[in-house]
Design a protein around this ligand. Structure first.
Ligand code: WT7
Length: 641
């Protein structure tokens, strides 16, 4: 069997076979790009993307911080690049959809079918009055209609805002209101562990007090149900519509989508991504980092509710004319080898997932991956949080069978695509190391004072990558303050990093953002949700390390009413499920009399963190209420027994 890696000392490098296949096998691309990154991206933009009109060379990159523009004056339509360009291979599968129920046959959409369905649905949206620049909310599980809806928006030039289907109604409502969407695309439900999950009920609750006038429902659970009023069936609205839709020509800088993500305050930020720069970066990072070739089947396990699902489960593979596989269901359903069975059955070549999933499968035992050869695999990759050596090795040996490189891809919702990684034909593949800045981009590690250091804060330098965010929706101030305030003219990632042999190791967030099973959640967001409960007077949330989920939140609560009890803890957890969604549910709730605060009233979460970690909290003298610390210590000790 072909091996794509060779071992040298403690690290792995691409084998001859990998070097032969890989788009890039010569390190010179890094030097070349660094010489003139703007020219480099200008060349990539023309080579990778079809433009209706090109930009003048002096406008390839225009920087007026905190904003910067790429390919200014260029005109394109994203869906033309993802679909029409590949109609020369009309029968090539674009999307393979694997339903959760193993007995339900997969849906395979060829490029030609996908093109038709996207155009029909774009016509349907147009009839509902959706125009260029309008926002459309999408609240769908991982089914083909999600990709169709997203692509239809890009055909029209409407801005899509996808909201993760596990989010609670309140979270969806806030996101609909913020972007002023008039149309919501959702489904009646989806399957989880063989059970039907209702989605429409949540959507119905969410649209109260919004301007939604049309709700388009994909009948995933009940194919025969009819809808009335503002509710319309997805297939009905498309029925009879033309399968041609002249693509709307967009400026490179026009927004293509918004995706909400957690910051350090309670309110999620609408991260704006543009059309041209995002297309260029998505095309090239997919091609070079995952080494995707047209013949390849790529499976990125992320849900479309996250940026990873946007960029690498939908847009990247399609821009490249490859095939993307999407799977609706639970990873270990009906058996713990479901994922490995899918890889084997559909001959997946590129597999991309999160460390938290790898850790879960590790616990389920080796016998499950051992049942499957998975010899189609060529590239394995991870994203979302640092991957520890143990999980890396298991992934490498059990899934890749020691044959495939593991590409540790660092990025964020804000960066639009992976910007720190190693290329499969170059290497090295080292546990816990993400690697190098993608050619044409540059990162630095700084100390608190902003000076270069071997360990410290990760920033990005100018010129900023073409797929980077273009602001925060309706919130210039937040954009400026979150990303551009701390380090002069450099983008603040809020991550910590270490430089080791010139390779970057990302150690995780340095702000109040947690990563729970790879999902981003801020302590403030969860505190906000807790404080909305009628039982809660005040709360403080701190993350603790968790072997499976990376981090989990722990809540300290001062009660407004009620008495501390297991029952009340349950009710409060349920309240979080209903307002934010189960991912945010605190692992533990401590009912305390008082929270440690400074004289200015700031809650000292660090002290709570110390107590949970069994460390002696320092700096108690700055507290206005140091006497509250001892009882909290005792309570935590008691619960740990
Ligand atoms: C945060 C961004 C964008 C993909 C999904 C997450 C952490 C992401 C890595 C990695 C270490 C990583 C960072 C980052 N992160 N990838 N390979 N190694 N940490 O997107 O939800 O916006 O979260 O995820 O802390 O800031 P996101």
């Amino acid at each position: 069997m072909t091996s794509y890696v060779t071992k040298n000392g403690n690290s792995y490098w691409p084998s001859k076979a990998m070097k032969k296949i890989a788009w890039i096998n010569n390190k010179s691309i890094y030097k070349e790009a660094a010489k003139n990154p703007i020219k480099f991206w200008g060349k990539l933009a023309k080579e990778g993307i079809h433009w209706e009109e090109e930009w003048s060379p002096k406008n390839t990159y225009v920087e007026k911080l905190p904003y910067f523009e790429w390919f200014k004056g260029g005109k394109l339509n994203f869906s033309v690049n993802a679909l029409d360009r590949h109609l020369g291979q009309p029968n090539k599968p674009a999307i393979i959809f694997v339903p959760e129920d193993p007995k339900e046959p997969p849906t395979i959409l060829t490029y030609s079918e996908l093109h038709q369905r996207v155009c029909k649905f774009a016509n349907a949206l147009k009839r509902m009055g959706v125009k260029k620049g309008d926002a459309v909310s999408i609240y769908l599980p991982l089914i083909p209609e999600a990709a169709i809806a997203m692509l239809a928006c890009t055909r029209i030039g409407a801005i899509h805002s996808v909201v993760f289907s596990a989010f609670a109604p309140d979270a969806l409502r806030a996101r609909i209101q913020d972007c002023d969407a008039r149309v919501l695309i959702t489904s009646d439900g989806y399957y989880r562990r063989g059970k039907k999950e209702n989605l429409l009920n949540k959507a119905k609750k969410a649209i109260k007090k919004t301007k939604i006038k049309d709700v388009i429902v994909v009948p995933r659970i009940n194919k025969n149900k009819n809808y009335w009023g503002k509710f319309k069936r997805f297939d009905d609205v498309s029925y009879g519509r033309s399968s041609h839709f002249p693509p709307e020509m967009m400026n490179a800088e026009d927004p293509m989508f918004i995706l909400y993500t957690s910051g350090t305050t309670g309110k999620p930020k609408g991260i704006i991504h543009d059309t041209g720069g995002y297309a260029v970066q998505t095309y090239w990072t997919t091609k070079l980092v995952f080494d995707l070739h047209k013949e390849d089947i790529m499976w990125c396990t992320a849900d479309i509710g996250w940026i990873t699902g946007h960029t690498y489960a939908v847009y990247g593979p399609l821009l490249n004319g490859g095939t993307t596989l999407i799977y609706e269901g639970t990873p270990d359903f009906p058996k713990p080898d479901r994922w490995w069975d899918i890889i084997n059955k559909y001959k997946v070549n590129i597999f991309y997932t999160a460390p938290t999933a790898i850790r879960m499968f590790m616990r389920l035992g080796d016998k499950w991956p051992n049942k499957h050869k998975m010899d189609s695999l060529r590239v394995l990759a991870t994203v979302g949080e640092p991957i520890d050596e143990h999980a890396w090795k298991w992934y490498f040996n059990k899934i890749g069978k020691g044959r495939c490189p593991i590409i540790d891809t660092w990025w964020q919702t804000e960066t639009g695509g992976t910007l720190i990684n190693v290329l499969p034909g170059i290497g090295p593949f080292v546990p816990t190391i993400a690697g190098l800045s993608f050619p044409g981009t540059k990162h630095s590690i700084l100390d608190k004072g902003g000076k270069k250091a071997p360990q410290g804060f990760l920033v990005q330098n100018s010129p900023f990558a073409p797929g980077m965010l273009h602001g925060v929706w309706k919130n210039h101030k937040k954009y400026k303050e979150t990303y551009w305030k701390t380090y002069n003219k450099q983008y603040d990632t809020s991550d910590g990093a270490i430089l080791k042999n010139n390779l970057i190791r990302v150690t995780g967030r340095t702000d109040d953002v947690m990563k729970v099973s790879g999902h981003r959640l801020s302590t403030a967001e969860l505190e906000d949700a807790l404080n909305k409960s009628k039982f809660v007077n005040e709360s403080a949330v701190v993350p603790i390390p968790d072997n499976l989920r990376g981090q989990v939140p722990v809540a300290f609560i001062v009660l407004e009413k009620g008495k501390p009890s297991e029952e009340l803890e349950k009710r409060i957890k349920k309240h979080v499920d209903n307002t934010l969604g189960p991912t945010a549910r605190p692992a533990k709730v401590y009912f305390v009399n008082d929270l440690p605060k400074t004289r200015s009233g700031k809650i000292m979460r660090r002290i709570l963190k110390n107590i949970l970690a069994n460390e002696e909290p320092a700096g108690l003298s700055t507290l206005v209420n140091p006497e509250c610390v001892q009882p909290i210590k005792e309570m935590v000790k008691e619960r740990k027994k």
